[in-house]
Design a protein around this ligand. Structure first.
Ligand SMILES: C[S@@+](CC[C@H](N)C(=O)[O-])C[C@H]1O[C@@H](n2cnc3c(N)ncnc32)[C@H](O)[C@@H]1O
Length: 330
């Protein structure tokens, strides 16, 4: 194929010719050096962050503490959705599924088990997924905010969960997702509204929690990212990208075991555990890096919020919004 006038010839690295003892990349150590560069970390305020895509890219730690928390949160999401991994009506035989910002890959792995005939891809900034996974599950390290290299009209289902605050350009992300969704295929967004609520007025006296969330929103707003993540915003983003038939399902997500209903109490008990490290995971980098709060003070703000959430006299919840939508056939 001839080169178009605008395409440069990509030069071959002369170093490739030097090591003639190994003709393949695997034995030349190339993969090892690549995987070690992907595993670049920075330690900050006692947490470990991946830095492969730039020091400030990942605002949430990806250390073992955070990985455990993500897996715990997966259980909470399952409880809130009655055990379902997704709500989109994707049928019994989807072929290709993509999980954007897959985290530990727990959702992707369970989807691969549930749909053995599908290929499930998970992508994330950080290589924190296990090596031993079902044969129909693959993980890749990538920044979903860069230009996607996936084929157009490719995926039957694209899933994005708990990514809202990390993304600075949702319209771009969703328009790329739209391009790569097969006509008739589905997208599902599942996001926690990071704003506290109570039905019995107990939030009013939860000043430490209110302060925590207000600072979190201030930092996110300063970065130009979504703050409280209202369902309406997510819905209009999906529609603007071209998706149709947007269905919104909202659940209350208790942050402690205060509900009477046994399932909600169980979800709340897991959330109480999750919040013990989650308030730090979400807050500390934004407070220190973006708002310039002294690390000791930032730590105190997170601890105070954790303590108040653990008090039996505050009955706090957030909203969990799950939206699914379809790419039209035509
Ligand atoms: C809160 S975790 C959610 C993980 C997973 N979706 C879940 O629900 O269990 C957010 C994940 O998104 C990843 N992430 C953040 N920004 C990203 C980006 N621009 N591209 C790819 N992954 C990203 C983070 O590394 C982290 O693993």
């Amino acid at each position: 194929m001839s080169n178009s006038p605008t395409m440069h010839v990509v030069e071959v690295d002369p170093a490739l010719q030097e090591d003639l003892n190994s003709d393949d990349y695997a034995s030349s150590g190339y993969e090892n050096s690549l995987s070690s560069s992907i595993e670049q970390y920075a330690y900050e305020n006692g947490r470990r962050y991946h830095t492969y895509f730039g020091d400030d890219k990942n605002l949430q730690p990806t250390d073992e503490t955070e990985q455990d928390r993500l897996d715990l949160h997966h259980e909470i999401f399952l409880i809130l959705l009655g055990g379902r991994l997704h709500l989109a009506p994707i049928g019994k035989t989807p072929q290709r599924i993509l999980d954007v910002g897959t985290g530990t890959g727990i959702w992707a792995i369970e989807m691969a088990d549930k749909y053995p005939n599908a290929m499930v891809f998970g992508l994330d900034l950080s290589p924190i997924q296990p090596k031993w996974v079902p044969p129909n599950c693959r993980f890749e390290v990538d920044d979903a905010e860069r230009d996607w290299t996936h084929e157009l009209d490719y995926f039957d289902f694209i899933h994005i969960r708990n990514l809202a605050q990390a993304i600075s350009d949702w319209p771009k992300l969703l328009s790329q997702a739209y391009e790569c969704t097969a006509p008739g295929g589905y997208i599902e967004l599942a996001e926690l509204e990071t704003a506290p609520h109570s039905d019995d007025g107990t939030l009013d006296s939860a000043t430490d929690l209110l302060r925590y969330f207000s600072l979190l929103h201030e930092g996110l707003a300063r970065m130009g990212n979504l703050t409280a993540v209202a369902a309406e915003t997510l819905k209009s983003n999906l529609e603007n990208a071209g998706f149709v038939d947007v269905t919104v399902t909202t659940r209350k997500h208790p942050l402690a075991p205060w509900p009477k209903d046994p399932k909600m109490k169980h979800a709340g008990a897991l959330a109480l555990l999750s919040c013990q490290t989650g308030f730090h995971a979400y807050g500390i980098a934004i407070f220190t890096r973006v708002l310039g709060i002294d690390p000791v003070e930032a730590d105190r703000i997170c601890r105070a919020a954790i303590a108040q959430n653990g008090s039996r006299s505050h009955h706090i919840y957030t909203y969990y919004h799950v939206l699914h939508a379809r790419k039209p056939l035509a």
